[in-house]
Design a protein around this ligand. Structure first.
Ligand code: SF4
Ligand code: SF4
Length: 432
């Protein structure tokens, strides 16, 4: 570790290198791609401005004041700037390191501390506890208690942003998804894959997980589902809980090493980006660095897997006008653009159209719609308007956060367009 230069002021165990911190040449080519800059038109809401502030923090020229934290919090970590940058600034990595540094200097206090402890340390590391908690939420949603609580306005009187969090609760699945054992291929074996089940996906998109496994099996895959897998840690990384995320990464790597499947398939864009970056997350860990690189090299988004396994036999068919919504962590972080479109156009009867500003974030961005509700609302409204203008019957996406945001926005707008995961759409179109 260097003792001088831009990153010298960082106190976290793995600070960004001086070279990474100083890579921005201030050309401004990223600005038109940044959703917050496009909305607010101020330099501090731009990638270039935020990079300047991060560097100043590293050099000790600014402190992690409330204002500094606000500028960092407003960033969606959508990484549209990273994809547009001609000099290859690793913006996502730098933002995540900066958020970890903020956590190190200004640990949460009061209600935020209790909530952070509960969510990050007590729920997400333990799938069985998360399932128990989701079971309570399901009962809350199905027994009429939810309507009662909403009618009384009780949540508005409690601390934090509980009312906003509650309004965004996804519908909890009737039956959770538990990864276990293997599903054989239908027909001849073409590929061995292992499936990453996620944590929100298991309890709120369990049917999508089942559809993913069915589609992979139909495509000739043996699907291994290591039981010891846990949360990917994406939410932790984005919230500055980097050391906890490293612990998750080690556990997941060990779990998937038990399967010698060629690919680890994931159907949530945020999880996929985190898994593909385990190599980077653990690069300074002498025991795990190599294993992390090997694991990340096996990770494929569901659309990448399906595009590489062209249909054998009768092609899927479903008559629908479809618009595809790129999840930021698939488009910008993983640079997966064409594969989901190829999968959709391989379905007989699909008329695939594009929306205006399709590359802009929908405002979901992990827990952004809780931490920055105003900007999330603006971006979400823009997105559903652009979806609606296409006149599509279905908007297909591949990330739980985007689907929750799209469904809420479309319902609010009174739109008839349905928001559906790519795996569910392909499953519905498949013919056995
Ligand atoms: S981040 Fe990249 S695109 Fe943006 S100003 Fe810096 S060098 Fe230019
Ligand atoms: S990650 Fe997204 S919101 Fe943040 S600076 Fe880059 S483009 Fe803007």
């Amino acid at each position: 570790m260097t003792t001088t230069g831009p990153a010298a002021g960082f106190t976290i165990p793995d600070p960004p290198s001086d070279a990474a911190m100083g890579a921005c040449v201030h050309c401004g080519l990223c600005l038109p791609h940044c959703p917050t800059f496009r909305e607010l038109r101020v330099e501090t809401a731009s990638p270039r401005g935020r990079l300047h502030l991060m560097r100043a923090l590293g050099e000790g020229r600014v402190e992690a004041t409330d204002t500094f934290v606000e500028h960092m919090s407003l960033c969606l970590d959508c990484r549209a700037c990273e994809a547009a940058c001609p000099t290859g600034v690793k913006y996502g990595y730098l933002m995540e390191a900066t958020r970890a540094e903020i956590q190190a200097r200004r640990p949460r206090t009061g209600f935020a501390k209790v909530l952070g402890w509960l969510v990050f340390k007590q729920l997400f590391p333990y799938p069985e506890r998360l399932a128990l908690f989701a079971g309570f939420l399901r009962a809350y949603q199905r027994t009429g208690l939810q309507q009662l609580v909403r009618a009384t306005g009780l949540l508005k009187r409690l601390p934090g942003k509980l009312d906003e969090a509650e309004a965004l609760l996804p519908r909890i699945s009737s039956r959770f998804f538990e990864p276990k054992g293997s599903v054989p291929p239908r027909g001849a074996l073409r590929k061995r894959v292992a499936f990453f089940a996620g944590c929100i996906m298991r309890v709120a998109f369990a049917e999508t997980n089942r559809a993913t496994v069915r589609v992979l099996s139909r495509a000739g895959c043996q699907v291994d589902m290591p039981e010891e897998q846990i949360c990917c840690g994406a939410l932790h990384i984005h919230s500055g809980e980097r050391e906890q995320a490293k612990d998750f990464a080690r556990k997941n790597i060990a779990a998937f090493e038990q399967s010698d499947a060629e690919w680890v398939v994931v159907n949530a864009a945020g999880c996929g980006a985190a898994l593909k970056e385990y190599g980077e997350l653990l690069e300074h860990d002498p025991v795990w660095a190599e294993r992390a690189q090997a694991f990340s090299a096996r990770v494929r988004d569901f659309s990448e897997a399906m595009a590489a396994l062209p249909q054998e036999g009768a092609p899927p068919a479903l008559n629908a006008k479809v618009v595809y919504q790129d999840a930021c962590h698939l488009l910008h972080a993983q640079r997966v653009h064409q594969q989901p479109r190829d999968v959709l156009t391989s379905i007989v009867g699909v008329n695939l159209v594009e929306m205006r500003d399709g590359d802009r974030c929908c405002g979901s961005a992990g827990i952004y719609n809780l931490t920055e509700p105003e900007m999330a609302e603006r971006l979400g409204a823009n997105k559903v308007e652009n979806v609606d203008q296409t006149g599509a019957d279905v908007v297909v996406s591949a990330n739980p956060g985007c689907l929750i945001q799209l469904r809420a926005g479309l319902e609010k707008r009174g739109s008839k367009t349905k928001a559906v995961h790519l795996a569910d759409f392909l499953d519905a179109a498949s013919r056995d």
